[in-house]
Design a protein around this ligand. Sequence first.
Ligand code: SF4
Ligand code: SF4
Length: 696
Amino acid sequence: MGAIVMSVMLVVGLGLFAITARRRWRLMMAAGAPDPRFNDPAARIAGVLRYVLGQARMFRYRAAGIAHGLIFVGFVVLGLRTVILVARGFVDRPDFGFWLFDDGTLLGNAYGFVKDLLSLLVIVGVSYFLYARLVTRPRRMELSTEGVVILLMILGLMLSDLAYEVNGIVQRGNPTDWPGHAPFAGGLAYLLRHSAAEPLELAGIAGFWLHSMLVLAFLNFLPFGKHFHILTVLPNVLFRNLRGIGRIRSIPDIEGRLERGETLGIKTARDLSWKDALDLYTCTECGRCTDNCPAFNTGKLLSPKHLTIQMRDHMYRNEAALVATAGADGPKGFVDVKGAADESGGQLVPGWIDPEALWACTSCGACEQECPVFITYVDKIIGLRRNLVLEQGTFPDQLQTAFRGLESVGNPYSFPNEQRAAWAEGLDVPLLSDKPDAAVLFWVGCAPSFDDRSRRIARALAQLLKAAGVDFAILGPQEQCTGDPARRAGNEYLFEMFAKNNVETLNGAGVKKIVTTCPHCFNTLRNEYPDFGGRYEVVHHTEFLAQLIREGKLRPQHHVTGSVVFHDSCYLGRYNEIYEPPRELLRRIPGLSVVEAPESRDRGMCCGAGGAQMWKEDEPIRRPGSREGDGKVNHARTRQLLRVLPTAPTGGNGRYVASACPFCKTMLSDGLTDQGHGDVAQLDVAELLWKSVNGA
Ligand code: SF4
Ligand code: SF4
């Protein structure tokens, strides 16, 4: 009889799950953008071991990480128990455990011991999450019925198994002899030793069947909510982005697509890739991305978590249209968030996502850094922007000025490109055309070429290179913008133009090694130009200068007394994992005391300039009372840095906010001035180092 009931349950439960799984698979494969993810299997498997089995990213939020870790380990170990219990539905033997795991065998007892303790720990973990969801309610999470139901289901799984186990102990032996292989269940059996046998037996039978039913119900519930990640996290981490945040994919055959009037960028879920769809399935809605988003924290409309949810809702609501027209171009039969069926309403933007949210993104990558399941945002946001810019022709007006400058004179500042080398006046810096065999090319970048404050960085570096006897040259008017602002703003066509031109110039000049002060140029030259045939050794000036000091070619000997706090540039730190060289330089300067903000390194907050924000104002505040006051990212970041600088400089000691990026320099120095902190000097690390080397 038990075998028949168990068979029916399995056929119904697994059959229903197979139907849903097939639907999710077909929907995922209907997302049509190509996305090869099978390279470097060793790194992929190592990632699974570290981030799925080791739960490495979960512990960035310690309490939640520990609670999740307990539930995760408990689930893995208890999975075997579930299989054993289902098998006992067919094998009428209460000690059955597939021979090796039979109760009473050495392995069976060892497994029973671990399983017993983990049951307790899972109950502790679930209780923590229930408490967090219902009582403390962290800002990053929302109260969701689904979340509570799942937690109660997990609790039910544990308690039902416990009821079965306790009854088994009582039935099988002497409960006064506390069994060492199940201390928790054995302890309960001991406490219940005087209870009537019949209710205990009933509870055991109910526990057995309830456990099996709950497992199947749980399985079927998963694909309909955020707990789908229990099934999708492993492939999502396995196929995670190994290219890095800073290497955006090109649009294949962009010119042909433009000519043929085909979709450019992400217009609907059809333009996502299978991996993007898997990302959407995998979001746990933990809110860690949003919790670290500078746009969200300064009150903007953008919340990366909600962006995921909106994209997922769009995909689910348009499932039929997506699957029926897989392989076709453009939105056919899509509906918007209100169910309106007109063609434009079915687009992700503005049908489901407010464009204002997209334009608030600084591309800082904090969301991706925090996401425990490796969901990516920057590529999706740029994909959505591409469609707005290239196909719909809608973008913030202020970007028009930058685009016009790029198109007409090759830089977003709209200065004549012939003035590229004007910053170097009086420094006798050679042009590569006059010194074609120079060992190093100093790629200056637009801000240090044209912006007065940033020109000081270029001058400091040029003087340091000369002091160290480095054989270098610059391109001068041959240099153009790398195209980074255009790419991050979604204008891929313009970016490709710059990429191809610059690669032609650099390859034509036989450039092998490049040093640059701008992390945006650095990232594009190092990570993105290889896709266009440009392969160079690209070094950031902080790395280069640190090496020169180590080699004894530069000697910071003059005191620069005071305190300095360093601000990590997102494109240098999170994008390229360069954290130490700028700090090493600062520590080498005698008299300078280096302090750290809690929000530093990979937890550093963006200055607000990345993602083409440099060329426009912040989006308006839409959520008054947000964590960081006046809606300006650079103000918020400056305040964070000032919190750790000693407030009362004495005896001529200086107070410095240091950076290693021309854009950060602009944003932070504005942040200091706007908020009345003119006494704090904002300097690039190279400027501070030059002070110490030169004594000026
Ligand atoms: S990249 Fe930065 S600004 Fe953009 S969504 Fe992520 S955290 Fe927010
Ligand atoms: S994208 Fe990642 S960090 Fe953000 S809510 Fe989803 S799982 Fe959490």
